[in-house]
Design a protein around this ligand. Sequence first.
Ligand SMILES: Cc1cc2nc3c(=O)[nH]c(=O)nc-3n(C[C@H](O)[C@H](O)[C@H](O)COP(=O)(O)OP(=O)(O)OC[C@H]3O[C@@H](n4cnc5c(N)ncnc54)[C@H](O)[C@@H]3O)c2cc1C
Length: 576
Amino acid sequence: MLASRYTATLASSSFRMTRRISIPHIQLTRHYLSYSSRNKSTVALSSDETIEEYRCTVPSNTHTRNPIPDFNDARVTYENKSTIELLRAAACFQSCKFPLLVENAESLLRTSRTIFGGTIIDAILKATIYGHFCAGEDQDRIRPVMQRLENSGIGSILDYAAENDDGDSTEQPITDQAMVTAREYDYESEAHCDKHVSTFLQCINDVASMGGGGANENHGYAAIKITALGNPKLLARLSTAIVEAKRLFAAFDQNGNGLLSREDFEAGYNRFFVDGDVRIKEIFEEFDPHETGYIDYITWSMMLSPQDLPKIIKSCQAAGRLSTACPTEEEIELLDAMYERGLKLGKEAAKSGVRLLIDAEQVRYQPAIDNLVLGLQRQFNVGGDKPIIYNTYQCYLRDSPERLRTDVERSERFNYHFGAKLVRGAYMESERELATSLNQPDPIHPTIEETHKCYNDSVDYLLRHSTESDLNVEVMCATHNQTSIVHAIESMNLFGIDRSASTICFAQLYGMSDQLTFNLGKHGYRSFKYVPYGEVDEVMPYLLRRARENSAIVGGATIELDMITAELGRRFQVLS
Ligand SMILES: Cc1cc2nc3c(=O)[nH]c(=O)nc-3n(C[C@H](O)[C@H](O)[C@H](O)COP(=O)(O)OP(=O)(O)OC[C@H]3O[C@@H](n4cnc5c(N)ncnc54)[C@H](O)[C@@H]3O)c2cc1C
């Protein structure tokens, strides 16, 4: 009966984390005290504040004037491109304009492979779309590409881009057709995951050997996807367990103030667990090491590791959603192996000084991904002078501002440097389809304007926070949206952040939006290309997903196509 009451409580109380959660002033930890003595707030933007309100608080003595580059400067954009490359780029962008072709590209490719054979089709792809958007099959082939970018002042972010082609997958789609477009790494075996780790280690070493970890350290980034390190199904299960653990916090927090006093904790514990008389004191003290008298969600989430759940649910009054979501012993072993893989990569990145960007993936995996990333950040973003581990925030998600604030606050409380890659999000269509099919609320902002606002506000928030924190805060604006880039530069000027500072950098995908990357690089901004690489048949699903899911990108490519056409016209005129 108690269990059904628990289930009912959870079902009726949608978990609310919309406020900033903080420990009350009198209970500040040592770090908080030193922070408050600087009279600076950890969190710049509450949900109802806007950038206009920050602007009032910006010191008037900031004189930084970072110029806005001329993004139409075709000479700078294409000076390192041959005419053949421009013709190929024009053909690629032109073909992206045919929705029928983009929509059916995968089946077309499969059929062509069957008819003409892999070798011929691979050769055609290498000369066309693969050649334009991808740097090569392996490290040896991508080195010259990285060097060429480096010569133009552009850094490389190596991104091993193999994705599962659903047609050949050994995994069944988890629920429905929506999964087909929202891809992940194909899980074949644990050995396959170990192979991914070796590839990623090589990738980190390559970045380091290009000067990424040394004197030219601002140019050192590698990107990975966590779905490559373990079974995505396990990530989905773990994510459910983490969400249920969050719900448990909400169920304990009866007055909804985001804080559990000793009394709240005691009442909550006794409602759901059987051993309150012997365990409450011990657990509360463990969760509240600084004796603040309160537990908030940050501490709760740090203390309640998913690996601890089987132990915890043993004393549940009765089985409920938490018990159902709880991983089995066997799953915990696999999870440990996945965490171990992440740890290995974190260690290598820290050793060579290469920043490791963890890509954001689908909502159903993200809580588990975040959990792993937070652990790595706590371990590898301490000491030194920069964050080694970056998490990615998808600003199309309604809950991304809250997640960002909570993670920033967590980094302040646990004293580690904070690194964030800001994107809008690549899985909009499939997320929406999935939410509809599961009868769940749409996790994505209802309009693109709200996504744009969320993106720009997040940039402002992090830039401001970087000026206030004693720790190093770094943000990568990973976007093809020129307006957002201009907004970020204006915000840098507002907060007095110079373009050469490690606080902010910009990144676009290889083969796209060169007018942004190269003009930013030319004007002294820290500018990067996300450089995908991998075998042709492994990378093609990634490329086609990019083309299909990001119809906005394809639309944006019109500007590029016009610029390329104009540049080709200019070159042919010179020749004639
Ligand atoms: C360097 C780099 C790294 C990236 N890494 C990741 C990653 O780790 N994870 C990931 O998910 N994506 C990643 N992306 C892709 C990114 O999330 C976007 O899909 C892509 O860049 C398009 O967004 P934009 O900001 O460039 O441009 P824009 O063209 O301005 O915005 C298009 C985006 O707006 C959003 N949008 C479109 N229509 C609507 C609507 N009706 N309502 C609400 N929102 C809408 C969608 O997110 C869409 O992709 C990365 C992109 C880059 C450049």
